[in-house]
Design a protein around this ligand. Structure first.
Ligand code: AMP
Length: 217
């Protein structure tokens, strides 16, 4: 993967004006690959540079904290939405633009959904997975038509994409369920997918198997 491309936050696309807010799902941990933090930081800065409000889970820890911090440092608007019960385990930054403390996890998810024009999924754990699958299935059910981009940094989500293929291959989802999300492997790629939803490069093709979408066959 081209490192420069990965970290490039330039080339602001005018079409992105319709995306005014993005919900980011990502880990409350930072993972073992130190370059992940740089990727998260680049994404947060890119949101701020594009004037896109960041909607996130509110905590100041892990990759979610990194994204929010970078967006704030870039002068961006950041809204954190956190259940009261997590205020201690996921302590929020004191300087987020808006901190919404809610009574339940469901309320958090709902507000994150309502406030976002689209969703970007960075590497994360089980909580990230839960939130992502919910947004994909809500789209499958026709509850919304907001773009969902899996940021497949260094192939992090490849096993999930393979599982999606398995689900289709075994007759538990329509082949066009792959159209419910797009895949990008760079920060610029994320904004390209949000702009036009069409795949470029080696990730994010909307047809074929995960291996074909990832350019590995
Ligand atoms: P994780 O990916 O497990 O590090 O979690 C990322 C974020 O997702 C954290 O802010 C968690 O509080 C949140 N989270 C965990 N489980 C859920 C859930 N069931 N619904 C919504 N958010 C969750």
């Amino acid at each position: 993967m081209d490192k420069n491309n990965e970290m490039n936050t330039g080339n602001v696309e005018p079409q992105l004006t319709q995306i005014r807010s993005l919900c980011v799902y990502c880990g409350s941990w930072s993972g073992i690959d130190p370059s992940l933090e740089a990727f998260a930081r680049t994404f947060g800065s890119a949101c701020a540079a594009r004037g896109i409000e960041l909607i996130y889970g509110g905590g100041g820890i892990g990759l979610m904290g990194t994204v929010a911090e970078a967006a704030l440092e870039g002068g961006g608007r950041v809204t954190g939405i956190i259940p009261r019960s997590l205020l201690e385990s996921e302590p929020p930054f004191s300087n987020v633009t808006e901190l919404v403390v809610v009574d339940s996890m469901h309320e958090r998810k709902r507000q994150m959904f309502d406030r976002a024009d689209g969703f970007v999924v960075l590497p994360g754990g089980l909580g990230t997975l839960d939130e992502t699958i919910e947004m994909i299935t809500w789209r499958q059910l026709g509850f919304h038509d907001k773009p969902i981009v899996l940021a497949n940094y260094r192939g992090y989500w490849n096993p999930l994409l393979t599982l999606f293929d398995h689900i289709v291959a075994t007759g538990f989802a329509q082949p066009d369920s792959h159209d419910l999300y797009t895949v990008a492997d760079s920060v610029d790629g994320i904004f390209e997918r949000l702009t036009n939803g069409t795949p470029t490069g080696t990730a994010g093709l909307q047809t074929g198997t995960a291996a074909q979408r990832l350019g590995t066959t």
